[in-house]
Design a protein around this ligand. Structure first.
Ligand SMILES: O=C(O)c1ccccc1NCC(=O)[C@H](O)[C@H](O)COP(=O)(O)O
Length: 268
């Protein structure tokens, strides 16, 4: 069984357990459930946007522990001050060390920044959870969902006011999964089954994504030259976790990257 299958199998148990403990009606009573959501799509496409979505990621299946010494509220507030247009916070505990508590702390510290609940969504119950914790955007990963599930979950997410980021890794996933219930298309440079990374994946798929979807390049992004190259290929969003989180001061690492991108763009 590959890691993605393991994560999804575990997620099914986790969701079944959560459903038996907390009903949808109870989730709807959460203080943040009725909060108006913020648009990540608008934030990424605004004039002068950096396009960077900074991720709070404690550990990962591919790298093990990345950083267990930092706090979600401090790091994410720093990210926003350093120029992030969106935040991604892992809520998966077993494989990524994230929690709803992490998400809640980041949410409270950043009330005006769009936030992605980064998890493996397989059931509409998780959309209610996302609303209850104050998320603005959810992720649908083509590699672990059927096209019908993507369409169904996308539609449900929209009915709750959540934006939808569809994640693909190759042409086949893109062609089979793209539908009207998606707002943004993320191309993951990491093959989630083998962990092999290549930015070529984003570069190759760029022209195949229709222009009415905001394009986001995800994973293994490390330097300003790559961001500049991806922008030229049509990407307006850049999801970055490890490059920042592996440092002692993730926000300072983002600030440095934004400064470098700005200088390369100005003098290009
Ligand atoms: O990061 C992993 O090892 C991983 C393994 C299996 C499934 C998903 C995984 N990562 C999720 C992500 O999409 C990344 O956290 C995100 O794109 C940021 O990537 P990076 O900048 O490389 O931390």
């Amino acid at each position: 069984m590959n890691i993605l299958d393991k994560i999804v199998a575990h997620k099914r148990t986790e969701v079944a357990d959560a459903k038996s403990r907390v009903s949808l009606a109870q989730l709807e009573q959460a203080p943040l459930f009725g909060r108006p959501t913020l648009s990540l799509k608008n934030a990424l496409t605004a004039n002068g946007a950096s396009g960077i979505i900074s991720e709070f990621k404690r550990k990962s299946p591919s790298k093990g522990i990345i950083n267990d010494r930092v706090l979600p509220d401090i790091v994410t507030q720093g990210y926003v001050a350093a120029g992030a247009n969106g935040l991604s916070v892992l809520t998966d505990t077993d494989f990524f060390g994230g929690t709803f508590e992490d998400f809640g702390k980041a949410r409270a510290a950043n009330p005006t920044t769009p936030m992605l609940r980064k998890d493996f969504m397989i059931d509409e119950y998780q959309l209610w959870e996302a609303k209850a914790i104050g998320a603005d955007v959810i992720l649908l990963i083509a590699a672990c969902l059927t096209p019908d599930e993507i369409s169904y979950l996308g539609q449900k997410a929209h009915s709750l006011g959540l934006e939808v980021l569809l994640e693909v890794h190759d042409r086949e996933e893109l062609e089979q999964s793209l539908c009207e219930h998606v707002d943004m298309v993320g191309v993951n440079n990491r093959n989630l089954k083998t962990f092999v990374t290549s930015v070529e994946t984003s570069l190759e798929l760029a022209q195949l994504i229709p222009d009415n979807f905001v394009k986001i390049s995800e994973s293994s992004l490390k330097d300003a030259d790559t961001i500049v190259q991806l922008r030229a290929a049509g990407y307006q969003g850049f999801l970055i976790g490890e490059t920042f989180m592996k440092t002692e001061d993730p926000a300072a690492a983002l600030r440095g990257l934004v400064a470098e991108i700005t200088s390369k763009t100005q003098f290009a």
